[in-house]
Ligand binder design. Structure first.
Ligand SMILES: Nc1ncnc2c1ncn2[C@@H]1O[C@H](COP(=O)(O)OP(=O)(O)OP(=O)(O)O)[C@@H](O)[C@H]1O
Ligand SMILES: [Mg+2]
Length: 327
């Protein structure tokens, strides 16, 4: 059985289509990402899966329960960490956890045992009696994740889990999410607009833009699909002979001042062959570098826009890089 099955799911707010007829499946034990820019429809999508919003059309099942017909079944099976903090700042970590456990009617003994275990898991045991308002952003996130796990959900939704956190804390959280998934077998659905986060954590990623899924695959496959692992060879020579050979795995060769770049369909497969050819044609090689496409390249490829559209400088840089790679 899939952990999540989504079929033609749509959400409209008035005339505005926030989620536009999306379909995908998530296997049990998978870490699945919804990657997209602000306003893409990520939060709206997981809100429907978590039964917090009614779909306008289409259907979805979570752990076999229909999100429209069996809200209780879905709610018992899932944990959710919201994009916006939802802890009570005037309570301690232990009290926040306890309150959540009571909501789920977890018997006292089990509740107290799990609180100890989970606070330990997220490294908050020593701070458990401090008020949450004295916590850092990273500590709050960790507490929210611990709280989301208290009723032992099979599926955990994390909406932008590392938004606004420093690199070290983000790394720590990533390791922690991976551990949860590996050791407890929890299916994790994560929304993010950070490409490094999706790349690092997710087994598969749905790239969403304006309510639609524009691509869905493993990070490796997505990057491979945009094609052209770029090998840059620093050399005084230009490989004229190679350019005229029409080799199937060479996508293009571009000449620059003092170096040339060769885009290969699959660098792992063909790099050694390329090197052999360069030596055969007596091309002087001073140095070689390889640029793998990133998820930013993938987003650009499918939407023509940079995912970091708030960063104009980056966008322009990426556009140029994209054009350079395409022509
Ligand atoms: N309750 C609502 N009423 C009207 N429009 C809404 C509502 N909720 C969301 N939207 C709109 O739907 C679109 C998708 O919003 P959503 O919050 O799902 O995006 P997101 O991908 O989670 O973005 P972000 O990265 O900023 O969190 C946005 O244009 C948003 O303004
Ligand atoms: Mg959101």
């Amino acid at each position: 059985m899939n952990a999540v099955t989504v079929s033609d799911l749509t959400k409209k707010f008035g005339d505005f289509v926030a989620v536009d007829n999306i379909s995908f499946e998530i296997a049990q034990g998978e870490i699945f990402g919804l990657l997209g820019p602000n306003g893409a429809g990520k939060t709206t999508t997981i809100s429907m899966l978590a039964t917090m919003l009614d779909p306008t059309a289409g259907s979805a099942e979570v752990c076999g329960y229909d999100v429209r017909k069996n809200e209780d079944g879905v709610r018992k099976s899932i944990g959710i960490v919201f994009q916006d903090p939802s802890l009570d700042e005037e309570l301690t970590a232990g009290e926040n956890m306890d309150f959540h456990g009571r909501l789920y009617r977890i018997p006292k003994k089990t509740r107290l045992e799990r609180i100890v275990e989970l606070l330990d898991l997220v490294g908050l045991t020593e701070r458990k009696d401090d008020l949450v308002k004295t916590y850092s952003g990273g500590m709050r996130r960790r507490l929210e994740i611990a709280r989301g796990l208290l009723h032992r959900p099979q599926v955990l939704f994390l909406d932008e889990p590392t938004l606004g956190l420093d690199p070290q804390t983000r790394n720590y959280l990533w390791e922690y999410i991976e551990r949860l998934n590996r050791e407890m077998g929890i299916t994790v659905i994560i929304t993010t607009h950070y490409m490094d986060e999706a790349d690092r954590l997710c087994k598969r990623i749905a790239i969403v833009d304006k309510g639609k899924i524009v691509a869905l695959d493993s990070p490796e496959q997505l990057k491979r699909q945009v094609g052209g692992d770029v090998v840059t060879v620093f050399s005084p020579d230009y490989p004229e002979a190679l350019a005229s050979l029409n080799i199937s795995w060479i996508e293009r060769i571009e000449r620059y001042d003092g170096f040339f770049s060769i885009a290969l369909s699959d660098v792992e497969e063909h790099l050694s062959e390329l090197m052999k050819l360069l030596i055969q044609y007596e091309i002087a090689i001073r140095s070689v570098s390889i640029h793998k496409p990133t998820l930013e390249d993938v987003f650009l490829h499918y939407t023509g826009r940079s995912i970091r559209n708030e960063e104009a400088g980056t966008k322009d840089h990426m556009r140029m890089a994209y054009r350079a790679r395409r022509h």
